[in-house]
Design a protein around this ligand. Structure first.
Ligand code: BJW
Length: 230
C-alpha cells in the first residue's frame, strides 16, 4: 500500500469541545445556514457572520487536539508511503497536533480573504465588517471560509490524490455536503479500499466497505496501530 487519503469532518474535533453542524444541538440548530454560511447571508448581515466566525475563532484558539488528531500525526510520521489529509474543518487542530501537510478544503478560521482582489492574509482574532484589505485597501475583508455555492479549495489536487489512493478513510463527517461527500465513490471507482469512522453509520455509510463505529479518539489510534503493525 502506497497512498492513504483521509478526509476529516467536524466529528474529529467534537471531542476537543468544538461543535459539529448537524448533530443534535449542533451549529445548524443554533443558526440558519443561509444566514451565516452563504455569500448572500454575508451581504445581508455582515455583522452576524463576522460575529459567528469571531466566536468560533476564539473557541478554536483555546481548543486542544485529541487522541484522534494525534493518531493521524503518528500515521503521517511512521507510514512508509504517502498520507494525504484533507479536512473540511476550519479549525487548526490537525496542525496543533503536529500534522505537517493539511489541505483545508473549506478554508480556515485563521485566514482572511479580500472579496475584492482575493488577497489572503492571517485573520486577526476579531474581524469587523469593512475591515480593509492590506493589499488593495478595499473595505472588503471576509473570513477565508468556503460558503455554500463557492468552490472548495484544492479540488484538482484532491481529485489527483483520489485517483491513485490505495485506501480512503473518512472520519467524523455526515456525508451531507458535496463535493466532499462524493470522495468515497470517486476513490472506490479508482480502486481504493474505503473505511468510515463515525459514531454511527453516516448518510454515505453504505458506500464504504469497512466501518469503525465509536469515538474517533478511540477508533483512530487502534486503526493506526493496526496499519503500522505496532
Ligand atoms: C463523530 C464524533 C466522534 C460526532 N467521532 N464521529 C444538491 C446536490 C448535490 C450538491 C448540491 C446540491 N445543492 C447544492 C449543492 C452543493 C452544496 C451542497 O453540498 N449542498 C448540500 C447541503 C446538498 N455544496 C457547495 O455549495 C460546496 N461548493 C460546491 O459544491 O461548489 C461547486 C463544485 C462542484 C463540483 C466540484 C467542486 C465544486 C461548498 C460547501 C461549503 C460547505 N461549507 C460549510 C460551512 C463553512 C465552514 C464552517 O463554517 O465551518 O462547511 S457547511 C458545513 O458542513 C461545514 C462543514 O465542513 C461541512 C460538512 O460538515 P461535517 O464535517 O460533515 O459535519 P456534520 O456536523 O454534518 O457531521 C459530523 C459527523 O461527525 C456526524 O456524522 C457525527 O455522527 C460524527 N461524529 N462526534 C467520530 N467523537
Amino acid at each position: 500500500m502506497k497512498k492513504i487519503v483521509i478526509l476529516t469532518g467536524a466529528g474529529i474535533s467534537a471531542e476537543s469541545g468544538l461543535g459539529t453542524f448537524r448533530d443534535e444541538g449542533g451549529l445548524w440548530a443554533q443558526h440558519r445556514v443561509e444566514d451565516v454560511a452563504t455569500p448572500e447571508g454575508f451581504q445581508r448581515n455582515p455583522e452576524l457572520v463576522m460575529d459567528f466566525y469571531n466566536t468560533r475563532r476564539a473557541q478554536s484558539a483555546t481548543a486542544l487536539p485529541n487522541a484522534g488528531h494525534k493518531a493521524l500525526v503518528r500515521l503521517e510520521a511512521d507510514f512508509a508511503g504517502e498520507v494525504v489529509l484533507i479536512t473540511q474543518n476550519v479549525d487548526d487542530l490537525h496542525e496543533k497536533a503536529g500534522m505537517k501537510r493539511v489541505m483545508h478544503m473549506h478554508g480556515a478560521l485563521s485566514g482572511a480573504l479580500c472579496a475584492a482582489c482575493e488577497h489572503r492574509w492571517p485573520a486577526p482574532m476579531i474581524m469587523a465588517p469593512g475591515d480593509a484589505c492590506p493589499a488593495c485597501k478595499a473595505p472588503a475583508a471576509r473570513p477565508d471560509i468556503v460558503w455554500f455555492g463557492e468552490m472548495p479549495y484544492d479540488m484538482d489536487i484532491i481529485y489527483d490524490h483520489l485517483a491513485d489512493a490505495d485506501l480512503f478513510a473518512s472520519v467524523g463527517t455526515s456525508g451531507n455536503v458535496y463535493p466532499a461527500a462524493g470522495f468515497v465513490s470517486e476513490a472506490r471507482r479508482n480502486g481504493a479500499r474505503t473505511v468510515e469512522f463515525n459514531l454511527e453509520a453516516s448518510a454515505a455509510g453504505a458506500l464504504f466497505q469497512d466501518r469503525r463505529l465509536g469515538p474517533a479518539s478511540e477508533t483512530l489510534p487502534a486503526w493506526v496501530s493496526e496499519l503500522l503493525g505496532a
